[in-house]
Design a protein around this ligand. Structure first.
Ligand SMILES: *Cc1c(COP(=O)(O)O)cnc(C)c1O
Length: 376
């Protein structure tokens, strides 16, 4: 059987081992050391952001953002329903209540009209939401102008979950730099990886200092270990940060390569009846972390996304349905939810195609031929 084609495997740039060797040579092999500081500075500079804390995961970054914003037990936090559970699990970590908001069809991200409806309805019911977690899914910027205007109007802070959107821009400004906090992930499947890691960025220096403090077990200034607060073990290791330094060097190449994958699929398949790709609005520049496609069986001659997924799997090619909305997840379905039909339809019809930045043109050709065969 041919070598498996994965959905989004890690893709090393070449210099990562040099940084790892440096870490070993200087014995900075723990969650402290010069690579962490440099990685934070370079990531902040890349995004045009002032301050950055390197952390063990994107989920940890969202958790710390909620704690720093003072979100407590029983508070309500609005979150995109169409996302990965890492966006909203931290709401449960702080004992708060997630309130889910559906997507619009132009970016597949949080619908500004529904967001305002949800805020007004929660206020009417007696509780103003304390934060908004909005997501840029598959690297596609959400309607940030509209969403940020609503956040300002109701004075509700925004945590921008840009875990999938490093390198994407919205009217020239990097995704993750619009909200009060921005979150990135360097998990193994993301556009760049530190083998596992994340980052929290903000324009507020005190908040980022506090994130580093909480991420290193909240140690008070004392010769002994003293704690006045609950801390977390959420810091990135110096070795992982070294991998990150190597990966940052190739980040813009990775964005180019992922966008080229998208262009290839779209050119080969978008003319087929019932096939549609995630749109990119004018002013938006997506990193196209994953190429995602909708298959409408009422127009495709009955072919479903599951038919395509299984046909690819038979050839040892990994593809995956789009994220199952959070309001449909057994663990979250009892929580308030606004809208739902859009993300439900996207989940039903959507498929993520292999999107690794190291994909070769003959691999892309093989996959599009397989899909074309099914659909014509
Ligand atoms: C990957 C991801 C996260 C979580 O990041 P981790 O580093 O895996 O904890 C959060 N939100 C979204 C949208 C993601 O894709």
């Amino acid at each position: 059987m041919s070598k498996r084609i994965y959905l989004s495997p890690p893709h090393m740039g070449g210099e990562e081992l040099t940084y790892i060797h440096q870490a070993f040579d200087t014995n900075w092999v723990s969650p402290a050391g010069p690579h962490i500081d440099t990685f934070e500075k370079e990531l902040a500079t890349y995004n045009g952001m002032e301050y950055c804390a390197a952390l063990s995961s994107g989920t940890a970054a969202i958790h710390l953002a909620l704690i720093i914003l003072g979100i407590k037990h029983g508070d309500e936090v609005i979150c995109s329903t169409f996302t990965f559970s890492g966006s909203c699990n931290p709401i449960a970590y702080v004992g708060a209540i997630p309130v889910f908001v559906d997507s619009e069809l132009e970016t597949w991200n949080m619908d500004p009209v529904l967001l305002e409806e949800a805020i007004l309805d929660r206020i009417r019911k007696g509780k103003k939401p304390k934060a908004i977690i909005l997501v840029h899914l598959y690297g596609m910027p959400a309607k940030l102008n509209e969403l940020m205007a609503i956040s300002r109007k109701y004075e509700i802070p925004v945590i921008e979950d840009a875990a999938e959107a490093l390198g994407s821009t919205y009217f020239g400004q990097k995704a993750g730099t619009f909200g009060d906090f921005g979150v990135y992930s360097f998990n193994g499947n993301k556009i760049i990886t530190t083998s596992g890691g994340g980052a929290l960025v903000s324009k507020n220096e005190d908040w980022i200092k506090r994130a580093r403090f909480l991420a290193t077990q909240a140690r008070d200034a004392a010769p002994h270990y003293q704690h006045s607060e609950i801390g977390y073990n959420y810091r990135l290791s110096n070795i992982s940060a070294g991998i990150g330094l190597g990966q940052l060097k190739v980040l813009d190449d990775r964005v180019r390569q992922r966008r080229a994958n998208f262009d290839f699929y779209q050119a080969a398949l978008s003319h087929l009846p019932g096939i549609a790709f995630q749109p990119e609005m004018s002013g938006s520049f997506a990193n196209r972390w994953l190429t995602t496609m909708l298959i409408d069986p009422s127009k495709s001659g009955g072919v479903t996304r599951e038919d395509i997924r299984l046909a690819l799997e038979k050839e040892n090619i990994e593809s995956r349905p789009l994220w199952k909305p959070m309001h449909l997840q057994p663990i979250f379905q009892q929580f308030p939810n606004y809208g739902g039909g859009v993300s439900e339809k996207l989940f039903e019809q959507g498929l993520c195609l292999p999107s690794g930045s190291a994909l070769k043109e003959d691999e892309l050709r093989i996959m599009t031929i397989l899909i074309l065969d099914l659909l014509s």
